[in-house]
Design a protein. Structure first.
Length: 222
């Protein structure tokens, strides 16, 4: 019985995600869904991308959090259009929330929307938000075992960002195990090593954003 209920929720979500995707396509906008545990650096990566892309892409942001507008305030301080979704305790974003958030963004003035999901490595994975691309972020202090333990997220992502590499000297992070687990789960997945603190890998991160923006029309099936 419970399984049927969950299937129904996902079906409704998928229909609304299609509506989001169609609306974005009509507006010529690429959308990226960023998923990670709380505190991995999702907002920090967005903060780094905003000034770097300023003269190249028109970037808007949808922030998802259970409570507060703090992430939206960080993004707005850098001058990017942003809207905050509060899930009131909910552990993931759903397409109906994103659909409403689109109404609060100037779609005709944007090329790219980054959707920052609620900090959680499990719940957001099964909910299509209408995005064209997914990025999974994991940070060094969380440990090298995260891909293996949260396999579903790492199987279903286009990009993996390993953030906080500036902390590598201070924690026991086995890069070989991390890379081997990732290769097994998602062969050939792109991996970026970044530090929002030192700036390492930031050029590759913003280059990835630019590249997927260019590739999205070809990728999106009718
Ligand atoms: N040392 C270090 N700290 C970082 C780095 N990236 C982010 N942080 C810090 O990590 C903390 C969390 O960063 P956020 O960007 O807020 O993380 P988040 O994933 O958006 O967190 P939630 O929205 O709560 O899920 C902040 O104190 C950041 O300054 C990094 O590369 N190195
Ligand atoms: Mg955040």
């Amino acid at each position: 019985m419970e399984i049927r209920v969950i299937e129904r929720v996902l079906k409704v979500n998928d229909e609304l995600a299609l509506e989001v995707r169609n609306r974005l396509r009509e507006a010529g906008i690429t959308a990226i869904n960023i998923i990670s545990a709380p505190g991995s650096g999702k907002t920090a990566l967005i903060e780094r991308a905003i000034p770097a892309l300023r003269d190249k892409l028109r970037l808007g942001v949808i922030e998802g959090d259970p409570d507060t507008t703090r992430d939206a305030e960080r993004v707005a301080a850098l001058g990017a259009p942003v809207t905050q979704i509060n899930t009131s305790g909910g552990c993931h974003l759903e397409a109906n929330l994103v659909l409403r958030a689109l109404d609060a963004l100037p779609l005709d003035e944007l090329d790219l929307i980054i959707i920052e999901n609620v900090g959680n490595m499990v719940c957001p994975v099964n909910f299509d938000l209408g995005e064209m691309w997914r990025a999974a972020v994991v940070s060094v202090p969380e440990g090298h075992d995260k891909p293996a333990k949260y396999a579903n997220l790492f199987r279903k992502t286009d990009l993996v960002v390993l953030n906080k590499t500036d902390l590598l000297p201070y924690v026991d992070f086995d890069m070989a195990v991390f890379e081997a687990d990732l290769a097994q789960l998602n062969p050939g997945v792109e991996l970026l090593r970044t530090s929002c603190r030192s700036g390492d890998g930031m050029a590759a991160w913003t280059a990835w954003l630019e590249r997927v923006c260019g590739e999205s029309p070809a990728r999106a099936p009718g």
